[in-house]
Design a protein around this ligand. Structure first.
Ligand SMILES: [Zn+2]
Length: 323
């Protein structure tokens, strides 16, 4: 029997943990609580230690992988910035490793990288060696597995595909990262929602409005349904957004030559017409030689992908923190 390992998902809203053995996707035990307040590093580190201890057996080595909603600076879990936790320049990984002690070797990973690795190991990417996973939810995040290894990069930002610039003129849209013209600022769910409501309020003719009832209630799902019914405005908007996303994806595909592209996230999950447009645009934007070996699939592990991936990374000894 292989050793137990624990995956932790520290997000802006929830702290989730699960214990795994063997390598299956089904957790032996699950724990979930609100991050709540206070959310300073000392408080959250103490809570993680408490939860890990509660899940772990009485003795033996238990690797712990933490996926955190943060931009990291290195392989030692130093958080450069986490808007969700309101942390800046926090030596989180080293402090957590010291608090957990040598029985619990710990690795800290970007949350989207952990999600991508979970899908690679045990989900929609299983069997592939080169995986590009892109999540279009509120924002856009990505993770990359190259030749069977998670690409973490020089400052642990590999996979940050949402902030590739697609516009750079004076009217380029401002992005949550502080930059302008990022693909996220055009295709990220919250931006798409804001734009469709503004355009419909401004008189854009679309069935999406009738489907929702009121402008304030229109969401991308309504626009997708309108597009499915042949609505010209909806189809034009989806064509524009899918082209922007496909051009960025094609760049990554040319660089990595993946055999699997995993698409996930809340926006693409409820807009099948938009997702189909992305695939069509991708076939135009990327060279045939790179599209041939590539299969485009939906994310499969749902909410557990991040804890599965973090646990798997720690079990495999990826970037464990040495004190
Ligand atoms: Zn950005």
């Amino acid at each position: 029997m292989s050793e137990m390992c624990i995956g932790v998902d520290l997000g802006g809203t929830n702290l989730r943990l699960a214990a795994f053995d063997g390598g299956g996707t089904t957790p032996l035990a699950h724990r979930k609580s609100r991050v709540g307040e206070p959310r300073d590093p000392d408080t959250l580190i103490a809570r993680i230690v408490e939860e890990v201890t509660a899940l772990a057996p009485a003795s033996g080595r238990v690797p712990v992988g933490v996926g955190i909603a943060a931009m990291l600076r290195d392989r030692r879990g130093t958080v450069a910035n986490s808007p969700h936790l309101r942390w800046r320049d926090v030596d989180f990984g080293v402090r957590l490793a010291a608090a957990l002690g040598p029985r619990f070797p710990v690795g800290v990973y970007n949350d989207v990288n952990a999600i991508a690795y979970g899908e690679y190991g045990l989900g929609a990417g299983a069997g592939a060696q080169n995986v590009l996973a892109v999540y279009v939810g509120t924002g856009i995040g990505g993770g990359l597995i190259v030749d069977g290894r998670l690409a973490e990069g020089a400052s642990n930002c590999a996979g940050e595909i949402g902030h590739v610039k697609v516009r750079w003129d004076d009217r380029a849209m401002p992005c949550a990262c502080g930059g302008r013209g990022c693909v996220e600022a055009y295709v990220g769910g919250s931006y798409v929602q804001t734009r469709i409501r503004a355009e419909l309020a401004g008189g854009a003719p679309s069935r999406a409005l009738a489907l929702a009832g009121r402008v304030e209630d229109v969401n991308p799902g309504h626009v997708d349904q309108a597009a499915a019914e042949g609505d010209a405005w909806a189809l034009e908007l989806w064509a524009e957004l899918s082209t922007l996303l496909a051009v960025v994806l094609a760049g990554a595909i040319c660089l990595v030559n993946p055999d699997r592209l995993i698409l996930g996230g809340g926006l693409l999950g409820r807009t099948p017409v938009l997702r189909a447009h992305v695939e069509l645009a991708l076939a135009v934007a990327a060279p045939a030689a790179l599209m041939e070996p590539l299969s485009v699939v939906d994310a499969a592990l749902g909410d557990d992908a991040g804890i599965i991936g973090a646990a798997l990374l720690a079990r495999r000894g990826v970037s464990l923190i040495e004190l």
